[in-house]
Design a protein around this ligand. Structure first.
Ligand code: CP3
Length: 355
């Protein structure tokens, strides 16, 4: 076990003092990087990158090698590995996003779904985590991740991406028992998947609830947050002599921060629609915050990016408990030099907010 050379990401998630605000980017390994596109061409396609631990490790390291400012690495994989392991047959149609060969539409379909064994059915992810940890050699902490049950359910029931979640919403209101059974199976699967990642070397975990914000206030509590709370209570919270912080990211969850903060996680991810300082006042001392620059700011020039970073840092104010990030994933069209300007600005402008 190698000692961590840079632990400011883990410290900020636990609200411990740091020298500068730590930073990473959701989707930091991805198509905006020419070196990623080259690796994907070498591997053949996206799923081959995910399923080969050497390739997954290679692309995880690419943003770290390009940007020495990054304070965390994130496992290169996808949230849809779980439904694939449940037998749905995940594939990617070029330019079309994810698709499943088998779509879930009835109670019988849900009853037939197995709970994947992380070592037998998702061993390639566990191997990727341990390979990346070895390669990182203590440089920065490694983040593991999963989708939230609700977000995974939308892909499983729609058969891919969706604009209106027509089938998933109809199932939720027509047949809530079936939806609850699906979400419960997913919550069990996520607990053992994330615990497997933690035992393999993930030092923090993030749950991506990308579509939670699409629910009504009442449905969010019952069909998304309740299952994330259940997951958080089943996770291994300490490993290798350190706390393993848990981050919950509900995109569009800004109206519900108080109840999300109460779910038992260490930190909340915020999208760009909420003011960071106001969010801090609302959640008080309960959790750390991660976010929340609008990713499209990266289309602007470096000076404008720097101004926006300064505004967000000032909004949070003095003290620890903030991990800088984008409010959602970096997009393929971003100029990699703009991402570099963003990361440099966070470290340069944040020192004044720490003792
Ligand atoms: O952050 C990282 O660098 C780690 C890698 C990561 C990927 N997907 C790689 C990926 C993570 C954390 C995810 C999570 C994920 N996957 C989410 C939740 C986060 C979010 O963005 O809201 C969701 C909803 C998915 C499902 C998914 N995977 C979609 C909808 C798509 C297609 C969208 C697109 O941009 O084309 C993917 C594919 C995917 N996952 C890519 C990457 C780098 C692009 C695939 C490619 O190389 O063509």
């Amino acid at each position: 076990m190698t000692a961590l050379k840079n632990d400011r990401f883990l410290r900020a998630l636990l609200k411990q003092p740091v020298d500068v605000t730590p930073v990473w980017m959701m989707r930091q390994a991805g198509r905006y990087l020419p070196e990623y596109r080259a690796s994907r061409a070498n591997a053949g396609d996206f799923m081959s990158l995910c399923m080969n631990p050497e390739f997954a490790c290679e692309v995880t390291m690419q943003p770290l090698d390009r940007y020495p400012q990054l304070d965390a690495a994130i496992l290169f994989s996808d949230i849809l590995t779980i439904p694939d392991a449940m037998g749905q047959g995940l594939y990617f149609e070029t330019g079309e996003g994810p698709r499943f060969k088998k779509v879930i539409s009835t109670l019988a379909d849900i009853e037939a779904l197995p709970i994947p064994d992380p070592h037998k059915d998702l061993g390639y992810v566990m191997d990727a985590v341990s390979t990346i940890r070895r390669e990182l050699n203590g440089r920065v902490p490694l983040i593991g991740f999963s989708g939230s049950p609700w977000t995974l359910a939308t892909y499983m029931v729609e058969g891919g991406s969706s604009k209106d979640f027509r089938k998933t919403k109809a199932m939720l209101y027509d047949n809530p028992q079936a939806m609850h059974l699906l979400l419960d199976k997913l919550a069990q699967s996520v607990v053992s998947y994330l615990n497997g990642q933690i035992m393999a070397g993930a030092q923090a975990v993030q749950i991506f609830d990308t579509w939670g914000g699409n629910l009504s206030a009442a449905a969010y509590q019952e069909f998304s947050l309740a299952y994330m709370r259940k997951i958080v209570s089943g996770l291994i919270r300490e490993h290798e002599g350190r706390k393993v912080p848990v981050i919950l990211f509900t995109k569009g969850g800004g109206l519900w921060l108080e109840s999300i903060a109460d779910a038992g996680a260490d930190a909340l991810g915020l999208d760009w629609t909420c003011d960071l300082g106001e969010a801090r006042r609302r959640v008080g001392n309960q959790v750390a915050l991660q976010g929340n620059m609008d990713p499209t700011v990266l289309y602007a020039k470096p000076e404008a990016i720097r101004t926006e970073v300064g505004r967000i840092l000032a909004s949070y104010g003095k003290g620890s408990g903030h991990v800088f990030n984008l409010g959602h994933g970096i997009t393929p069209e971003v100029n990699p030099e703009h991402a570099g300007a963003f990361l440099r600005a966070v470290h340069e402008l944040s020192a004044q907010y720490h003792e």
